[in-house]
Design a binder for this molecule. Sequence first.
Ligand SMILES: O=P(O)(O)OC[C@H]1O[C@H](OP(=O)(O)OP(=O)(O)O)[C@H](O)[C@@H]1O
Ligand SMILES: O=c1cc[nH]c(=O)[nH]1
Ligand SMILES: [Mg+2]
Length: 215
Amino acid sequence: MSTVPSSAQIVVLDHPLVQHKLTRLRQAQTSTAGFRRLTRELSLLMCYEATRDLALEPVRIETPLEAMEGCLLSGKKLCFVSILRAGNGILDGMLDLVPSARVGHIGLFRDHDTLEAIEYYKKLPDDVAERDCILVDPMLATGHSAAAAIARVKDAGVRNIIFVCLIAAPEGIRHLSETHPDVKIVTCAVDRGLDDNGYIRPGIGDAGDRLFGTK
Ligand SMILES: O=P(O)(O)OC[C@H]1O[C@H](OP(=O)(O)OP(=O)(O)O)[C@H](O)[C@@H]1O
Ligand SMILES: O=c1cc[nH]c(=O)[nH]1
Ligand SMILES: [Mg+2]
């Protein structure tokens, strides 16, 4: 069984609400509508954690009663990058929390035989190099898709990257921490490992198919 390297930068959300919703999401009988709703809710909670270190700046404001020094997010804006297609299920909840974020898309699918990531689309904001990026995809399995998407974002000049997923396999965490040791992973669970077809066990099955009802 693959283990998680101790050097991996990983945050696992052990909050009871997260674990409850994740268990509902895993259940085979959860409907497409339920799966979407739970993914959106979990994404909001993951976004809360992934944005924990955003920079703040002091600002003088007036409450109805007196002046005070508050704090607002500093000018540097965020970019979310969705790894198509299942990443779009996560994107919705992230945008609920940070509606002003810019959005990039990278289209990747896994070759079913080799499990390598094949790119078919890429569109990032022109000024992405000036932004912090949060990459989103429900599943970190072999880690090939996440590593390829992160490489694309780094090619565009981005320095600060966080990867957010619902479920990570130890194999994927290992691959990401070897290829991109600077990237923090935020996830709701680290599962047992991959099966012979590269699916995460116990997992949630095929996230894209369950989100979009394609199987
Ligand atoms: O870590 P990996 O082994 O690369 O696997 C994870 C990838 O597999 C799934 O996408 P899939 O290729 O099924 O495409 P889809 O989102 O279009 O369903 C998932 O959404 C990840 O992108
Ligand atoms: O378990 C897995 C692995 C890759 N992609 C998925 O959607 N699910
Ligand atoms: Mg899929």
